[in-house]
Ligand binder design. Sequence first.
Ligand SMILES: C[S@@+](CC[C@H](N)C(=O)[O-])C[C@H]1O[C@@H](n2cnc3c(N)ncnc32)[C@H](O)[C@@H]1O
Length: 257
Amino acid sequence: MTDASVARFYDQLAADYHLIYGDWDGAVVRQGKALDALIRSALGAESGVAVLDCACGIGTQALGLAMLGHRVTGSDISAVAAERAAREAARRGLDLPTQAADMRSLPFEDAAFDVVVCADNALPHLLTAEDVRTALGEMRRVLRRDGLLLVSTRPYDEIRQAHPVSTSPQTHGSGRERSITFQLWDWHEDGERYDLEHFQLLPEGDDWRVAVRRTTYWALTRHQLTGFVTDAGFHEPAWLLPEATSFFQPLLAARVP
Ligand SMILES: C[S@@+](CC[C@H](N)C(=O)[O-])C[C@H]1O[C@@H](n2cnc3c(N)ncnc32)[C@H](O)[C@@H]1O
């Protein structure tokens, strides 16, 4: 899977990305609140801090954090998704500068941010140890001393036990406006990576239009990702599970020494 094809996958999905959620606006608020609580307690911050969301997509986490007073910058390998995030922010009266950028080469100054967020399974798009190390090295570089890294992934420890071949359908909207999103997964022989077919059934007149997009993920276990984060020079890595954070995915928090 080339970088261009990951960017193309999300460029093509950007206009319909919110359909992945039953209620995207609600998810923006919920995810923002959960991350904000973690940030404020970890940094002891009473006012907003400088946050980079280095895989901001259309802004699910970035918008929620900006609503709560953080100074958020968004970047994403998909230019179309990053542009939509900025538009969604403007529509809500929020300031959210965004740009197209690969997390392996971040166009920001050293130590420019208090927090780097890389949420909802963005890092597992990198398929080699070298790429994961490069990206985490960049996140560390743009974080200030004692800055906070927050990375969320699917619960891959459990998923690697079961090797599921599909996800449950998610519906959005109702009646003639209803759409359905689900994924088919095809595991590689290594048992760690899988090709994904992303299906969206979209209403078209009395019928359905089917959009299918393909990409590949590396299902990193919590142990694997902790190792990469430690190798990149972060310390105090800690996995925070949804029961404790109200965030919908396991989150790895770590600090710059
Ligand atoms: C599942 S989406 C999540 C997006 C966003 N965090 C959200 O929840 O709406 C994964 C995101 O990772 C981005 N991504 C994948 N590889 C990337 C890379 N090398 N650099 C920056 N972004 C990347 C994709 O373009 C996509 O927007």
